[in-house]
Design a protein around this ligand. Structure first.
Ligand SMILES: *[C@@H]1O[C@H](CO)[C@@H](O)[C@H](O)[C@H]1NC(C)=O
Ligand SMILES: *[C@@H]1O[C@H](CO)[C@@H](O)[C@H](O)[C@H]1NC(C)=O
Ligand SMILES: *[C@@H]1O[C@H](CO)[C@@H](O)[C@H](O)[C@H]1NC(C)=O
Ligand SMILES: *[C@@H]1O[C@H](CO)[C@@H](O)[C@H](O)[C@H]1NC(C)=O
Length: 242
């Protein structure tokens, strides 16, 4: 029996050397992309975040977040529990356009990695994926009192951090007791519908990451540049002849 185990050791060593998951643990020159954490798996494991998971998928923010982390961007996510979602009327959530749902989720994603003690010193307002943090847009302030009470205010919602779900050197996820509603939503109740995106912008859209067909625009660009190249060559040839 013992001899069999001894025989296994070199086999395991060889296996782990060839397994990318294991070699990621050794200090490799470039960080392994597989190391990027998946927000949905983290929330699933924690339980009681079903509404948030649904919204992350519906808005494709799950992929956006993964892609940011995979590109070594550090993030902090405030994760409202299912109970937090129950505190806002179902009609309110249902009345949000898809654009607003995207902004709502983006608003919960902070563009930096904040450890718990960072809440003491972080400068307000925070920068979120929703963008403009000016008044009446997407402002969010964090205050820490004592050693462990972290309050968040958006000008519309006051929330409290009620736990740490996850933290590594790329991502921190904190549980919050309220859905963080941005000022932008309630100050102008029927928010102006976002103007339809121009084709170029659609290509650059963050959520249009991987599986959207790359569309006609790049082809047109390529076509155009080929045409201008031909035109330039013809002009050059003509001027050389003259
Ligand atoms: C993660 O990033 C690497 C390059 O850093 C890339 O090759 C890989 O396709 C990315 N994975 C996803 C799922 O975006
Ligand atoms: C944080 O919120 C709690 C309850 O919501 C409140 O009692 C406390 O005074 C707040 N602390 C600060 C610093 O605003
Ligand atoms: C957040 O803090 C900034 C700077 O202290 C302040 O100007 C702003 O009014 C605050 N916003 C909210 C929503 O509390
Ligand atoms: C949030 O808290 C501030 C002070 O801590 C208070 O003035 C404000 O009315 C509260 N807003 C809501 C919506 O509870």
């Amino acid at each position: 029996m013992f001899k069999h185990i001894l025989l296994l050791v070199p086999l395991l060593l060889i296996f782990s050397l060839h397994n990318p998951k294991c070699s990621a643990q050794s200090p490799a020159p470039s960080p392994a992309p597989e190391a990027a954490p998946h927000i949905v798996s983290i929330l699933k494991k924690a339980g009681h975040f079903n509404t948030l998971i649904r919204l992350l998928k519906r808005t494709q923010m799950d992929r956006r977040i993964y892609s940011l982390l995979n590109n070594s961007n550090q993030l902090t996510i405030f994760a409202p529990t299912d109970e937090a979602f129950h505190k806002i009327p179902t009609e309110t959530l249902r009345s949000f356009t898809i654009q607003q749902k995207i902004q709502l989720i983006q608003f919960h994603v902070i563009n930096s990695l904040l450890s718990f003690s960072d809440f003491q010193t972080v400068s307000n307002p925070l920068s979120t994926q929703a963008g403009d943090n000016g008044n009446y847009k997407f402002p969010m302030n964090v205050t820490m009192s004592g050693s462990n009470q972290v309050n968040i205010t958006t000008g519309v919602t006051n929330a409290t951090v009620t736990g740490t779900i996850y933290s590594d050197d790329l991502l921190a996820v904190y549980q919050v007791d309220r859905v963080l509603l941005p000022m932008r939503f309630s100050v102008s109740p029927p928010p102006a519908p976002a103007p339809p995106l121009k084709p170029q912008e659609v290509v650059l859209e963050p959520s249009a990451d991987d599986d959207k067909p790359s569309g006609a625009v790049p082809v047109i660009h390529r076509g155009l540049s080929t045409m201008s190249f031909v035109a330039i060559s013809v002009i050059a040839a003509i001027s050389l002849c003259v």
